[in-house]
Design a protein around this ligand. Structure first.
Ligand code: FPP
Length: 260
């Protein structure tokens, strides 16, 4: 990811949306749910189908997850669709995934707009073909006034790259005398992340039974509750989201404080 992708950090200007409350309360439903969508390949393999069939079904599950989030009152939903490491997959699979993304953008955006969904994209979009970049920007612009669900899709996203890019911008600001490292605060840093202006995730769900973060929202998930579900992403539906929200409700969140 290049520092130039980080429009939010230019000149360290205060972000207009920074006033969003980023710390949930114990007992409150999650404001922001983030999902690591995993298991498309295994879903396909278990049916003797090519991997692309799993990704296609995964795109249908994306639609279900968005509908379920709206129905279940989730205000912010972030989906990890493509990691910076996914570029290392075989060229044919990359072609399938980018083709699916292109198709998704052309067919689903009108629906998102009609359903009050605001789309944001985080990640290094510069690595995608120009037509996809244009569609992404158009989709973000045309849904920018929507408030029912804040949907973020992580594309070519890597948490360490994101943190490194933010650190570079701050280091340059310190070098140029625009920032005093001694008084630097967390907000100076978070302004440089792709997620500037977004609340941190309260709940991170990973499907397919794997139990890792895989470079997803590393900074932002510091206090997130993690829920790992034994469902392959293409089979994910409203009931799985409801289960994860119920599990979240059973957790006691302390944000590092002692039980009192
Ligand atoms: C993980 O399964 C899934 C991905 C790397 C891609 C996610 C893509 C989609 C859900 C469909 C397209 C999404 C949009 C927004 C159009 P995996 O391939 O790693 O599965 P495996 O671990 O079982 O091999």
């Amino acid at each position: 990811m290049s520092a130039r992708s980080h429009t939010a950090v230019a000149g360290l200007a205060p972000d207009a949306e920074r006033d969003i409350e980023t710390k949930g309360e114990s007992g409150a439903p999650p404001t922001h749910v983030a999902i690591i969508m995993d298991g498309n390949g295994r879903w396909a393999a278990s049916r003797g189908l090519p991997r692309v069939a799993g990704h296609r079904e995964g795109a249908r599950a994306v639609r279900r997850a968005i509908e379920a989030a709206i129905e279940q009152g989730v205000g912010w939903l972030t989906l990890y669709a493509f990691s910076s490491e996914n570029w290392r997959r075989p060229a044919s699979e990359i072609l399938d995934l980018t083709g699916l993304l292109r198709h998704y953008l052309r067919t689903e955006i009108a629906e998102l707009r009609a359903n009050g969904v605001r789309l944001r994209v985080i990640g290094d979009r510069d690595r995608f073909d120009p037509d996809i970049r244009t569609e992404l920007l158009a989709a973000e612009r045309s849904t920018a006034a929507n408030t029912r669900l804040n949907l973020t899709i992580a594309l070519s996203y890597g948490g360490r790259d994101e943190i490194l890019a933010a650190a570079r911008v701050l280091a340059a600001a310190a070098r140029d005398g625009r920032l005093d490292p001694a008084v630097m605060e967390e907000t100076d840093f978070t302004r440089g992340l792709f997620t500037a202006g977004m609340p941190d995730p309260d709940l991170v769900i990973r499907t397919s039974g794997e139990q890792r973060l895989s470079n997803f929202l590393l900074w932002q998930s510091a206090y997130a509750e993690l829920v790992f579900q034994d469902v392959l992403w293409p089979d994910f539906g409203a009931a799985h989201l409801a289960d994860a929200l119920a599990e979240f409700a059973r957790r006691e969140r302390r944000f590092g404080a002692r039980p009192g």
